[in-house]
Design a protein around this ligand. Structure first.
Ligand code: ADP
Ligand code: MG
Length: 258
């Protein structure tokens, strides 16, 4: 290593250009091999650095998001779930709706891939540069009630209001009491027209009065959430049961009684 290399490494360190630092020889060789002009070479090196920074940011943002499992939209088998329009999902994966602060509501019975799609869309949002946080509706309600009891509600609301996209999974599996419903309303109001929300639910919006135990609160929450919203209703069979049925592990789907 000559003295120039030494100075260069020190400067790259100080500027935190780690991709250029770690691949210095190959980046220089490649620029020479392709006979790049100085300007082209600079673009090529900056691209390498940006790719590394984007990758790092996505990794960090994914760990902050707390997804329950690793799934992508590419893993989703659309032929198994004809009620999901791949074109609509592709359009949602551009994340324009996140930028606009809209709501996505995924509703349908258990096992049809609501959480899978929510995680996939969450990852797409991260790739598009947005912050994401995933929580079950129950954990969210429990945390808000606890924070309220401990006099930390404002702090907690700020925490949940921060991510550009908040994913609330499994709303409706357990009904929420009046206190929890009211706190949920506060959160939804706080995020309204700022943050974007994705909700998965096994209940249709008509049944949200039951979920929140109070028709007035349910209407107020729905009013804000559905103002700018994209609703995907998935009808169909549980994916896992379908796989088991195929392999003969469980019997055929019961036909409706006439
Ligand atoms: P729910 O609708 O209850 O949230 P999940 O999204 O958790 O269901 O799906 C249950 C399991 O089945 C997950 O492991 C998910 O990845 C898988 N799954 C569901 N639907 C599909 C599908 N269409 N293609 C691939 N995997 C699927
Ligand atoms: Mg689920």
């Amino acid at each position: 290593m000559n003295q120039y290399d030494d100075i260069l490494l020190q400067m790259l360190n100080r500027l935190k250009l780690t991709a250029i630092r770690d691949n210095l020889d190959s980046l220089l060789d490649e620029a020479a091999r392709q006979d790049l002009t100085l300007r082209e070479a600079l673009i090529y090196w900056c691209k390498a650095e940006i790719a590394r920074k984007d990758q790092r940011r996505a990794k960090m943002a994914t760990s902050i998001a707390k997804f329950p499992y690793v799934r992508t939209l590419d893993d989703y088998d659309f032929t198994a779930q004809p009620s999901v329009d791949p074109k609509r999902v592709r359009e949602l994966s551009t994340c324009r709706w996140v930028g606009n602060g809209d709501t996505v509501l995924l509703q349908g019975p258990p096992g049809v891939g609501k959480t899978h799609l929510a995680v996939g869309l969450g990852r797409a949002a991260i790739e598009n540069g947005y912050s994401v946080f995933f929580t079950s509706a129950t954990a969210l309600a429990v945390n808000l009630v606890k924070a309220h009891q401990e006099g930390r509600l404002a702090e907690r609301l700020t925490y949940y209001a921060k991510p550009k996209l908040l994913i609330i999974d499994e709303l409706g599996y357990l009904p929420l009491d009046a206190k929890a419903s009211h706190l949920m309303f506060q959160l939804v109001s706080r995020r309204y027209e700022r943050g974007s929300t994705l909700v998965t639910s096994n209940r249709s919006v008509r049944e949200w009065g039951v979920v929140f135990g109070d028709a007035v609160v349910a209407t107020a929450i729905l009013d804000r959430l559905l103002h700018h919203s994209h609703v995907l209703t998935i009808t169909g069979d549980s994916y896992r049961l379908r796989e088991k049925r195929r392999s003969g592990l469980v019997g055929p789907r019961p036909t409706a009684e006439l």
